[in-house]
Structure formats: C-alpha cells, structure tokens
Design a protein around this ligand. Structure first.
Ligand code: ATP
Length: 645
C-alpha cells in the first residue's frame, strides 16, 4: 500500500474513517487486552467507549491511534489496511490525522504552556503561520488563555489536563482520541470540555472517540461502545455517514498543509528547534548533561597542558644544567714543551664556542723582589688575562686595562705577601727569571686552588724558558655544544700524545632529558585519555538516565507523529550539544587550572592550538558516539507503553 493512500480524505468519500477487524492484543505477560474486536468509526462520528477498569478501553484507543499494533486482525484507514511494520507510515498518519488526549497530561514541565501547546502543532503538518492565533484559541477553549506564559510545572493537575486538551485541540486532526480526558476535572468542567471537544470536532468534521467512566460524559456523545474483557459487548449504533460535516466557519483552526509527507528538511529543522528548546529550557538537565563532558575535558586539558608545560620545564631545567665548559689538560713529558694538536685560536672558532682561555704552566721559575731572596714559584702564562672563563678574580691596580702587556705580571695574593708586595698604586716591580716586570694586579681567588701562590704573565713576557711546560685549555660553549667540542679535541689529539692529554668528561644529559620528558608526557597523556574515556562513559550514562526519565515525553512526541529517526536525531543532537557545551566549560576550567598549577610551580605555562581544537573535536565525536546508546533507547520507545507510564 502506498503511503499517500493514508493521507487525506480525498479518496475516502463514503468509506469508514477507521475500521478494526478481529483485533486481538496480547501483552507479554499473557494478558489478552483485546480479544477479537470489530469496530467501525465513520468520519465525524462521536463515540463514547465505556467499560469496567481493565476491560481494554485504553488498549483499544491505542490501536485506533496507531500507537499500538495488534497481534491479530486488521486496521483499515479510509478502507486501506495498515501494516504493523509500517512504522514510518503510521507515524506520518499520526502526525497529520490524529489528536490524542492521554489519561495523564504528559506536559513537558520545563516548557511554558504556550510551548507545550505548540509542540502538538509542530509535529502536525499544519502551517505555523497562524500558530499564535491557534494556540491562544485552543487555550481559550479550555479556559486557560491567561496561563499561556506560565511554566507547565506550576499548574495544578486539572490545569495540566486542560492544557493537554488544548494541545490536542490545536492539531488539525481527522480523528480525536481522548482517554478519560476529564478524569482530573470537576463534573461542570468535564461537561464543558466535552462540549468543546464536540464543537471543535464538528468544526473540522473530525471523529471523536472518548474513553470515559462518567455516564454524564458518555451521554453527551452520539454513540456508546461498551467493552468487557476485551470484547465489544454493546454498541449503540453502527458506523454511519458523518453525523456532523465540517462547519464553514473555521475560526482559529490551523490550515492543513497538504504536502504528502513531512519533508526531511522540515523534520530536521523542527528537531533542531527542539534540541535548542530542550537545552535552554531545562537548566538542571543541561547542567548534568554538560557535567560529564566538562569534567572530562577539564581533566584532559589540564593533563595535556601540564604535559606540555612540564616538558618545556624539563627542557629549560636541562638546558640550564647542560655542559657549557670543556677543560682539557696537556701534561709535559719532561723533555719537551706540551703542544696542543690544534692552535688555540682555531678552538675559538669551533661551532658553539663562546670563549677560550689557555693557561701554560712553568714550574720552578725564580722570582725576586729587590733585596728579597728569590723564590721559586709556578708561573702561569695566559693569553691576555685570566678570568674570562676560569672565574679568576683579579684586583687590578688603578688605571690598568685588564690585559697583560709583555712587561707586566699578576701576583697571587699568597705570593704577593711572601714577596712583600702590598700596595699596587706605587707600581711595584719584581724580577721573573731576571726580567723586570711591573705588578699590575693581585689574583685573589681562582678555580685553581694554587693560583694565589702563582704569578701570571702575558705571552712572551719571559722569553725562552728552560722549564718544561704543561698546559690547560678552558673552553666555554653555548649550552649543549661542549660535547662536540670535547669530541673534536679528542679527534685532533696526536695519537702518540693521547696519554698526555686529558679531556674532562662533559656531563651531557640529553638522552636522559628526552626520556624524562617522554615519561612525564606519556603519563599525563594516559591521564588525559583515561579522563576522556571516563567522560565518554559519563556522557552515555547521564544521557541514558535522562532518556529513561523522559520516556513519557518522548512517547508523546511519537504519539504526535515524530518518527523513530526524529527521536534518535533529537537525543543525539542534545547529547552532542551538551557535550560541546561541556567542553567549552571544561576548556575554561582546564586553562585556569593550568595557569594556577604552573604559577604555583613557577613554570612557564604552554598552550598550543591543539589544546583548544582536540577537546572540542573530541567532545563532538564523544557527543555523537555517547549519544547513540541513549538515542537508540529513545528510538525503541513504544508510544503506547510510554504514555501509560
Ligand atoms: N503494557 C501492558 N503490559 C501488560 N498488561 C497490560 C499492559 N497494558 C495493559 N495491560 C492489561 O491489559 C488489560 C487492559 O488494559 P487497559 O488499560 O486497556 O484497560 P482499561 O479498560 O483502559 O482500564 P482502565 O479503565 O483501568 O484504564 C488490563 O488487564 C491491563 O492490566
């Protein structure tokens, strides 16, 4: 059967609106609620269904409204059979042809009265151009136009039921089904409402079927069908021609949109609207929905951000500790001067070298100060002046330019004392191996403990000396270059002199640094992944709970014509929006946490754009994935069961 056969009465002139043939409905617990019911309802008929509690009235109404499918028998609409499996067709028919008032009002508590009434209209095919008029008119019909802006949760039980009736009145249906619509109302109000339902049904030419326990209500309807134990035991009339044709005055009725079915874009648009409505109207649900993703993203961002900052910090600490100095010593062999395998000036040009200091030691050099007997001391020849690299502290005589000229000498403070040199401003002179040299400064401290007992001279000050010479090379490099400089010195060393040359090992913690960085990052990244997975579980869990607490609401949406796919989209859309919203909150919290932790630890905070994009993209994916289980649960909701809950 084609879907369009169910839509619109054009082809159905003269046929019953709906016909049940041999309908049996058994529930899973073995109860037979309907046991072979035959019933014909014509267009515009007004029928009361009565019977004892448990006789099958609600089940009958659900079958008539295509909310429930029979186990046996046939349902015909406009003479066409409707298959139980045709869920999409059934949903479309409910959307365009059915108005249902449930035993309970099933309003959405967080929405206003107006939005609740609009919900019924939005799921119908009616044009929304005159929605305001329709909503107000429907509320006026139940005496609640003054409550239009009130939140549904603030209404009394009776008022809620009247809003639920208004929600149905607003729909341009051909069949109105009402399951004890006046159960919550006093008898005067009940009769008013029944009269209103009759009037509205008459205006539209719609059939009206009312389940009721109240004889007064049943008496106001044209036909009474009595059920007992799932069977029709009395029927005051049979299907007739329309008792009441459509009135000419359509008042505030919505205009039926004659499109054969609700377009995908229209369904998507209304679903998105409902997603936005759900998120903005229910602060509690929005807060709990965003919480899981906010916590997960905050943890993940904090962990990732700290991983980056800690890595940077490790780099900084290690750079600070990286070797910047090479010390090489060349021992004299007792017969000839020590000779470096490379000129000192060349070492200064090695990559990364920022300074070189070269000390050549002569031992047993005679030094004398005038009349004082000569002492035998260690003499240190330096290129210009000691100190740039060796941290040698020199007190220079006033006006000296800190470069040793050929006739100048620096005395260690111990040596100066032994030679009786106290005042520098008188330009004292000493002789070094017979050559007169002017004392221009005192060496007060040095990394070499013996320096205060030595004399320091510039190159060429003492001419050729017989004493053998050992020497030391101090090289200063940029962080990290020391290892290369040491390696080059090794490579250049004369293989016959290697035993005489010592290059002090350079601590180079690069590999260790890498390992430390990797392990810090890896453990924080694991934390980030665990947080993200915990967030995903949280998103699924929170949304499953949310769906189970909204079964009735989702069932009402189905009853009003929402397809399964619409509920799936609605729930996935809500989960995704909440996850992304949570991610934004989590990002903010995470960034603040990173700032606080790094400030407390005096680290440099590090952020890169991945910290922003990865959590947002992750939340999007997690929202979609995490929304699937609750969405599938929502799609499985059977409207007949849901509206009973
Ligand atoms: N989902 C269900 N699962 C199992 N049994 C059910 C279910 N729904 C209804 N029944 C049973 O089917 C029978 C008919 O129920 P139904 O609600 O249609 O009766 P009713 O005439 O509308 O009752 P009431 O006047 O009390 O609302 C009852 O025995 C009821 O317990």
């Amino acid at each position: 059967m084609l879907e369009k056969d169910l839509l619109g009465p054009t082809e159905s002139a003269g046929r019953p609106l709906i016909e049940l043939r041999g309908i049996t409905r058994r529930y899973a617990n073995g109860t037979t609620a309907l046991a072979g019911v035959d019933l014909v309802i014509g267009p515009g008929e007004r029928v009361a269904v009565v019977g004892r509690s448990g006789s099958g009235k609600s089940t009958l109404l659900n079958v008539l409204g295509l909310l429930d499918a029979p186990d046996e028998g046939e349902v015909l609409i406009d003479g066409h059979p409707v298959e139980a499996a045709q869920d999409r067709v059934r949903a479309e028919w409910r959307s365009s042809e059915l108005g249902f008032v449930f035993q309970r009002s099933h309003l959405i508590p967080a929405l206003s009265v107006r939005e609740n009434v609009l919900l019924g209209l939005r799921y119908s095919n009616a044009s929304l151009d005159d929605a305001d008029q329709v909503v107000t008119g429907s509320l006026r019909a139940v005496g609640l136009e003054h409550k239009e802006q009130a939140l549904a949760r603030t209404l009394s039980g009776g008022e809620m039921q009247r809003v639920a009736i208004a929600r149905t009145l607003a729909r341009p249906a051909r069949l109105w089904l009402a399951d004890e619509p006046t159960g919550n109302l006093d008898s005067a109000q009940s009769l008013e409402i029944i009269e209103e339902l009759k009037r509205r049904a008459a205006e539209r030419g719609a059939a009206l079927v009312v389940v009721t326990h109240e004889p007064d209500v049943a008496a106001r309807l044209d036909r009474v069908v009595t059920l007992r134990d799932g069977l029709v035991v009395a029927d005051s009339a049979h299907a007739t021609t329309p008792a009441h044709g459509p009135d000419q005055d359509r008042g505030d009725l919505p205009t039926r949109d004659r499109r054969p079915r609700t377009r995908l874009t229209a369904r998507l648009a209304r679903t998105l609207r409902f997603v936005a409505q759900g998120i903005t109207s229910n602060a509690g649900r929005t807060a709990s929905g965003t919480l899981a993703s906010a916590v997960a993203v905050a943890l993940a961002v904090t962990a990732l951000g700290l991983a980056q900052s800690a890595s940077g910090q490790v780099t900084e600490l290690f750079d600070a500790q990286r070797a910047t100095q090479v010390t090489a010593a060349l021992a004299a062999d007792g017969t000839s001067d020590a000779r470096w395998p490379v000129r000192v000036g060349t070492v200064a040009e090695f990559p990364g070298v920022t300074g070189v200091e070269h000390w050549r030691y002569r031992t047993g050099v005679p030094v004398a100060n005038g009349a004082l007997a000569a002492l035998t001391v260690d003499l240190v020849e330096v290129d210009e002046a000691p100190g740039a690299i060796t941290d040698t502290a020199v007190t220079w005589a006033p006006g000296e330019d800190r470069v040793l000229a050929e006739d100048e000498v620096l005395l260690g403070t111990d040596l100066a004392r032994r030679l009786g040199v106290a005042q520098l401003d008188v330009s004292p002179e000493i002789t070094v191996q017979g050559a007169p040299l002017r004392v221009v400064g005192l060496v007060t401290a040095s990394r070499s403990g013996t320096a205060t007992g030595s004399a320091f001279v510039g190159p060429g000050a003492t001419g050729d000396l017989a004493a053998s010479l050992s020497s030391e090379l101090f090289v200063e490099t940029v962080p990290g270059a020391a290892r290369n400089v040491a390696d080059r010195l090794h490579d250049l060393a004369d293989p016959f002199q290697t035993t005489r040359m010592t290059i002090h090992p350079v601590l180079e913690p690069n590999a260790f640094r890498g390992e430390l960085q990797d392990s810090v990052s890896a453990s924080l990244q694991v934390l980030a992944v665990v947080a993200a997975l915990a967030g995903l579980v949280g998103v699924v869990f929170v949304n499953l709970l949310s769906v189970s607490s909204r079964t009735a609401e989702l069932g009402v949406r189905r009853a009003f014509g929402a397809r399964r796919s619409e509920l799936v989209t609605l729930v996935v859309g809500e989960c995704t929006a909440l996850a992304v919203l949570g991610a934004v909150v989590g990002l903010a919290v995470g960034f603040v946490a990173i700032m606080v932790v790094t400030a407390a630890a005096r680290w440099q905070p590090m952020f890169d754009e991945r910290l922003l994009l990865v959590p947002l993209a992750g939340a999007l994916v997690f929202g979609l994935l995490g929304g699937l289980p609750p969405a599938i649960a929502a799609g499985r909701i059977e409207p007949a069961d849901a509206v009973r809950s």
